[in-house]
Design a protein around this ligand. Sequence first.
Ligand SMILES: CC(C)(COP(=O)(O)OP(=O)(O)OC[C@H]1O[C@@H](n2cnc3c(N)ncnc32)[C@H](O)[C@@H]1OP(=O)(O)O)[C@@H](O)C(=O)NCCC(=O)NCCS
Length: 187
Amino acid sequence: MIGPTMMSHSLPLVTEQHPQDQAEIETLLDLAFGIGRRAKTTYRLREGNVAAAGLSLIVREAGFGIVGSISFWPILIGEAQTPALLLGPLAIHPQRQNQGIGRALLHESLAKAKVLGHKLIILIGDAPYYLKAGFRYAPVNQIEMPGPVDPKRLLYLELEAGSLAQAQGLALPLFRWSEIIALRGAT
Ligand SMILES: CC(C)(COP(=O)(O)OP(=O)(O)OC[C@H]1O[C@@H](n2cnc3c(N)ncnc32)[C@H](O)[C@@H]1OP(=O)(O)O)[C@@H](O)C(=O)NCCC(=O)NCCS
């Protein structure tokens, strides 16, 4: 059986999430973030949205279950409708944290996102963790989120140099922008 010590010395195997993993992942997210997690602003960008294809990844440990998961959500930023991905949640089981699983999921998913042609990633999260992975603080007041955000937790990563400059204004999923544009057309 693979125990905590072995996990910390072997590279976590990152695989794609399957629909049947969803219930287990929801439990993992409750464990990692608490059951109040859905009140967070990031959930306003996930509700009704569909996770970005090919970027919902997990790490599974034999005899334990899913120990880590990450997903990304397509959003459009500002009137220019600049496409970006919202990263998250990235969650590691409390009994398997600080063993490199989060780092492995981040590394693999960001590499895949780049190959898939995504240009800009944003997230709301613990800056000390994500700065080490190459993220930077978003310039104050450049990107507006659909709910309260601590500016010190709003971060970005350019997968294509210069992509942040185009991202100015409110971040929303495509279907929310479509609703807004339809409403404008009707008035
Ligand atoms: C935060 C989280 C994703 C990190 O993943 P992980 O697999 O536990 O951590 P990793 O093994 O990839 O990285 C470990 C390193 O990150 C640091 N670290 C871990 N969690 C951190 C956090 N919340 N903030 C800052 N640094 C953190 C560790 O101190 C360690 O640093 P070192 O390499 O200098 O020793 C994971 O711990 C988790 O799901 N936590 C619960 C949810 C949470 O608190 N999320 C906050 C971030 S949005």
